[in-house]
Design a protein around this ligand. Structure first.
Ligand SMILES: Cc1ncc(COP(=O)(O)O)c(C=O)c1O
Length: 428
């Protein structure tokens, strides 16, 4: 079995809609390294799309799952419950932002957490409307797609979408959209499209993930909180990509001095196991009637065991501090390279949620080709990177926060070479 054979079989057996970045197949992975079936080694700066903040197969996570495997793997929590689910909810409630009583329900995917946050908000307010932002990504289910603010490839051809979903521009000072512009657009939305008293929730990502790693400015988040309080709207923070130490805090909302009413969590919550959740104000979380929330696999015991271990690892290995340290080192490298790469228009991101954005030199025109070439050349050199952004002109860095220093430094050397080579080739 080799990569070429598997690519042929993949193309014959699976639909192209499941787009795949790499043309090689995983054999094994350890912390920040991955080997393909032909024995080639890669440094993994994608981490399963922000899932492996604690690395591939962290020994503590693996041990916790092994121990759970020997007890039971599935009972359906809603049929026969287990203590670990409650323990995880207690630990998340204690750590989530907001100085009020909280409850948590678990699900399986990020999109499912978003769906359930909207269900809970509607049940709690008795209102239908939901407001999201341009550039947002909230998942591939019908409501997730409706909330998502990027048409290609997420929405094209998949409508009609659920009604009562509205979008406002996300602030993006780099590209001329200030917090005031976004707030004005919300005001216009309330005048032109929807009575704020019909709006159940505003959902936003503290740092847009797929949308390009743009962080919501602090004045904007405070203003959103005020607006929600003024009109009885619930504020939902989608922390699916930002959570679990990525931004230098356990949750990105801890960078702000206001708390959301509901928060969605997934991805790095369970170190590679499918687990998501909604955490929020206890009274709001109790709005749905018994049986209204859940799912056959929701809060699967193996995934819950992994998540409990992930929380331990984040504390024991001080991964928030490490995210800050590694993020600073990466940003310093990118800022240094910027002098030789005129396509770099911005280096940004809190903690280790770092991105570099490319535009045509001297302009604000997105340069998706540059991002694509950097990604392709890095992959040739054994460094796996991901692209993001509404214009696909941003490279985002999602390395495991447990990455060994030597492997991280090796990746920075590759990145330095690749950025300079790509820029020179484009200019030549
Ligand atoms: C902010 C955000 N919300 C929701 C989702 C959807 O998560 P999932 O792919 O697990 O359904 C993602 C996935 O990238 C995300 O980044």
């Amino acid at each position: 079995m080799n990569n070429a054979d598997l690519n042929a079989r993949k193309n014959a057996a699976t639909p192209r809609g499941v787009g795949v970045t790499c043309d090689f197949y995983a054999q094994r992975a350890e912390n920040a390294e991955l080997w393909d079936i032909e024995g080639r080694r890669f440094i993994d700066f994608a981490a399963g799309i922000a899932v492996n903040n604690t690395g591939h197969r962290h020994p503590k996570v693996v041990a916790a799952m092994r121990a759970q495997l020997d007890r039971f793997t599935h009972t359906a929590y809603q049929v026969v419950p287990y203590a670990s689910y409650i323990e995880l909810a207690e630990r998340i409630n204690a750590r989530a932002p907001g100085d009020f009583a909280k409850k948590t329900a678990f699900f399986t995917t990020g999109a499912e957490a978003v769906e359930n946050a909207v269900k809970i908000a509607r049940a709690a307010t008795g209102r239908p409307g939901v407001i999201a932002f341009s550039g947002a990504f909230h998942g591939r289910t019908l409501m997730g797609m409706a909330l998502t603010g990027k048409v290609m490839p997420y929405k094209a051809g998949f409508g009609p979408f659920p009604s009562d979903v509205f979008h406002a521009p996300f602030p993006n000072p780099l590209h001329g959209v200030t917090s005031a512009d976004s707030l004005k657009a919300l005001d216009t939305l309330f005048k032109a499209d929807v009575d704020p008293k019909r709006v159940a929730a505003i959902i936003f990502e503290p740092v847009q993930g797929e949308g390009g790693f743009y962080q919501a400015p602090a004045d904007f988040v405070s203003a959103l909180r005020k607006l929600c309080d003024q009109f009885g709207i619930l504020l939902i923070a989608d922390e699916v990509q930002t959570g679990f130490a990525r931004t230098g805090k356990l949750f990105a909302m801890q960078h702000y001095d206001v708390a959301p009413d509901l928060m969605t969590i997934a991805k790095s919550l369970a170190g590679g196991m499918p687990l998501s959740g909604v955490v929020g104000r206890a009274d709001i979380m109790d709005a749905a009637a018994p049986g209204g929330l859940g799912g056959t696999y929701a809060g699967n015991p193996l995934a819950v065991a992994a998540a409990l271990a992930v929380l331990d690892v984040i504390d024991e290995e001080q991964l928030c501090e490490r995210a800050d340290r590694l993020g600073e080192k990466l940003k310093a490298k990118l800022t240094d390279v910027r002098g030789s790469v005129p396509q770099i228009i911005d280096v940004r991101g809190p903690g280790a949620m770092v991105a570099v954005e490319f535009c045509r030199p001297g302009t604000h025109e997105p340069d998706a080709d540059c991002a694509k070439r950097v990604q392709a050349r890095a992959l040739e050199r054994g460094l796996l990177l991901l692209v993001c952004g509404v214009y696909s002109n941003v490279i985002r860095f999602l390395f495991p926060l447990t990455i060994q220093d030597a492997v991280f430094d090796e990746a920075l050397v590759i990145l330095d070479d690749v950025l300079k080579e790509t820029s020179r080739a484009a200019v030549a």
